[in-house]
Write a protein that binds this ligand. Structure first.
Ligand SMILES: Nc1ncnc2c1ncn2[C@@H]1O[C@H](COP(=O)(O)OP(=O)(O)OP(=O)(O)O)[C@@H](O)[C@H]1O
Length: 248
């Protein structure tokens, strides 16, 4: 995915200022920075989730495989299958575990038969590291799972429609350390097949899961570099101040 001079406005207020960023295939890129610097706003612009916010406007250009994702003729539902999203708070549908994962595949007609659909559900749950825990209770409600399991269910739901990119907005912030470690492990596993952009408040988490880290400050992208470099020898003073805890 490539973003060129992206700006995001809420009414007259500019929350994102001229961000140009190349997100590489099969990388995990972490977005970090102080609260309110625009990480979530920028992340949401990458699959047009901001469209759902009244008064929010995006300018500049964002492409996926050279295709402008803001092209008015583009099917946004299809786009959000190609660029899936996992939110801060796990948000399974009030449906069975099976139907949560099958939902997108049904919507997009990805399965020719019930057998196909069963395969998609099993494969997605396996990739999300949840199959063994739920294989005997697929018809039970997704909302009955633990928080960490629900988040893995949401990841399975995103995977089921074969996305190219998965956006994650603080996916572990509602989870305990064990469930967090499980999701981080999963991000590492998924990165062999998917491109992942993750917003996180935890520098340790960014360091553990990402290949590159982008540091945001007051709506600007200050620096993007290999994660190890950002945390050991950043190019910019503002990045250094943040990672050493001088502000944020
Ligand atoms: N729906 C909205 N309406 C108006 N302004 C908004 C909206 N969402 C975010 N903003 C503003 O845009 C700016 C960036 O917010 P955003 O939530 O993207 O930052 P963030 O870096 O993700 O913050 P945090 O780390 O606290 O989640 C902030 O000034 C915020 O107040």
């Amino acid at each position: 995915m490539v973003t060129e001079n992206v700006e995001v406005f809420y009414g007259d207020s500019r929350a994102i200022k001229g961000i140009s960023l190349d997100i590489r295939e099969n990388e995990v890129i972490a977005f970090i920075g102080p609260s309110g610097c625009g990480k979530s706003t920028f992340l949401r612009s990458l699959n047009r989730m901001n469209d759902t916010i009244q008064g929010c406007r995006v300018t500049g250009r964002i492409t996926l495989d050279d295709e402008d994702i803001y092209d008015p003729s583009l099917d946004v539902v299809l786009l959000r299958a190609r660029i899936g999203m996992v939110f801060q708070k796990p948000n399974p549908f009030p449906k069975s575990i099976y139907d949560n994962v099958a939902y997108g595949a049904r919507l997009h007609g990805l399965a020719k038969s019930r057998h196909d659909l069963d395969d998609i559900v099993e494969d997605s749950l396996r990739k999300a590291g949840l199959w063994e825990e739920v294989r005997d209770r697929l018809q039970q409600p997704g909302t009955g799972l633990s928080g960490g399991q629900q988040q893995r269910l949401c990841i399975a739901r995103a995977i089921a429609v074969s996305p190219e990119v998965i956006l994650m907005d603080e996916p572990c912030s509602a989870l305990d350390p064990i469930a967090t470690a499980r999701i981080e492990e999963l991000i590492n596993e998924l990165s062999t097949q998917y491109t992942i952009a993750i917003v996180t408040h935890s520098m340790q988490q960014a360091a553990r899961v990402s290949h590159r880290t982008a540091y945001f400050h007051l709506g600007e992208l200050i620096e993007v570099n290999d994660t190890e470099k950002v945390f050991t020898n950043p190019d910019h003073d503002l990045t250094e101040a943040y990672i050493t805890g001088r502000f944020g």
